[in-house]
Design a protein around this ligand. Structure first.
Ligand code: NIG
Ligand code: FE
Length: 417
């Protein structure tokens, strides 16, 4: 796909150097065969096109489709590094119970929550799951997201977890959104193992993890380390096996209480430690030492009405490359909007607008063990968003509506307002 974006009101480009964003007014961006070949001021872009296409640049300029982006902002496509996008059933009945005063934990302890989703998911075929999930993937494009991590974790049997991961594979064949699969077999203790936790840990370590790794069904292994779910000791045992099988590590830690999950993430060299509402200083130190990326999910606190927020400002000031995600799931964060997460990060966690944008692009990529997506430069995949916004700050400042005007994936228009 070839394309010229001209008269861009503001081109906002996160740089490799942490927290740096280059903002250019009245800019251009040129795409050839789905890749960026030039970007920057009009003069710079013209020079770059001449370099890239020494014999055909005039032809390219005359014959390529042009999009006038005056008054609009162009950014890289956003990266959502933490979602539970395959779930098979929504849970608005639990939302209502929470509005009436029940807590998320109470609902979970009475067999609802994740265990409700597990019962539903087990009853669906892969085909039904694929059909249920596809419209949600379109919604990511609508909200400016072009790459998404997706976890299993609502199956909790060997076959149902495999079914979830195969669903993600099938979705990837059917949809242009980039999906990065994570195995989360340790999301809960399934109903049939409530009296035999070790039995499930055995199943995870002796059958599920080996099968997932051998069949290359996931890149990461995740766990919910939390009071009443997996202990730190169980987590260490499970994740050590996952590491030995070549899976990279992610963890849900310190979400509802402090149990030392961040310390374990550091000890195991996890790629990311996610949530962190109740992280302690020693957890922060452990993540710094191991280069673990903190992924903060402000949608969860908003949706569960939790006042306790992760110390984002402190983590940034201490040098951690904080990333942001939606945690999109039917229980604790029913949103797919990264722009909303940016607004919340600023209003609730004292991040700055540019930081919140860097956290949903470059740092989100880093939390997925990647350098790209999230950076647009010559040679990158042309994944970008055109926003109805005069500049980057306005995208973060405005909330509750959608400013995305167009989303492109590999140079192809995948959403238009
Ligand atoms: O990230 N913490 C555990 N998992 C999800 C919730 C999943 C659910 O309620 O279905 C989370 O908050
Ligand atoms: Fe989660």
């Amino acid at each position: 796909m070839d394309l010229i974006l001209s008269k861009i009101g503001e081109l906002a480009l996160p740089q490799n150097k942490i927290w740096e964003i280059k903002r250019t007014k009245n800019a251009s961006l040129f795409v050839k065969n789905g890749k960026v070949i030039a970007l920057g001021t009009n003069e710079q872009a013209l020079e770059q096109v001449k370099n890239a296409l020494p014999n055909s640049w005039e032809n390219f300029l005359t014959n390529t489709k042009k999009i006038d982006c005056s008054g609009k902002t162009v950014t890289p496509g956003l990266v959502d590094p933490h979602t539970h996008s395959v779930f098979g059933a929504t849970r608005q009945h639990e939302f209502k119970m929470r509005c009436e005063g029940k807590t998320y934990t109470e609902i979970a302890q009475n067999g609802g929550g994740i265990r409700y989703s597990v019962r539903k998911l087990r009853s669906l075929s892969e085909e039904e799951l694929v059909n249920f999930t596809l419209p949600f993937l379109d919604k990511f494009f609508e909200l400016g997201t072009t790459t998404v991590e997706v976890k299993s974790g609502y199956g909790l049997t060997l076959n149902d977890e495999i079914k979830m991961l195969k669903t993600i594979q099938t979705l990837q064949k059917l949809h242009k959104l980039t999906l990065i699969p994570t195995f989360l077999g340790a999301h809960e203790i399934p109903d049939e193992f409530r009296e035999n936790r070790e039995g499930y840990v055995d199943l995870l370590t002796k059958e599920m993890i080996p099968k997932v790794a051998d069949e290359k069904l996931a890149e990461f292994c995740d766990i919910f380390t939390e009071t009443g779910v997996y202990t730190v000791e169980e987590s260490e045992k499970i994740l050590t096996v996952a590491k030995n099988y070549g899976l990279k590590i992610k963890m849900h830690v310190e979400e509802l209480s402090h149990v030392g999950g961040a310390e374990l993430a550091g000890k195991l060299g996890a790629v990311s430690a996610d949530h962190l509402e109740f992280v302690s200083q020693s957890g922060i130190e452990a993540m710094k030492k191991s280069g673990t990326v903190p992924v903060l999910l402000p949608g969860t606190a908003l949706f569960l009405g939790i006042k306790h927020l992760p110390p984002a400002r402190k983590m940034i000031d201490e040098g951690l490359p904080v990333a942001l995600g939606t945690d999109f799931n039917p229980g604790s964060s029913m949103t797919q909007s990264l722009p909303l997460m940016m607004t919340l990060a600023c209003t609730q966690m004292k991040m700055l607008p540019e930081e919140s944008f860097y956290a949903t692009t470059v740092n989100a990529s880093k939390s997925l063990a990647r350098e790209k997506p999230g950076i647009l430069e010559i040679g990158s995949d042309a994944d970008f968003v055109v926003w109805d916004s005069p500049d980057l700050d306005f995208i973060v400042y405005y909330f509750g509506g959608n400013l995305v005007n167009k989303t492109f994936k590999n140079g192809e228009l995948v959403y238009e307002k």
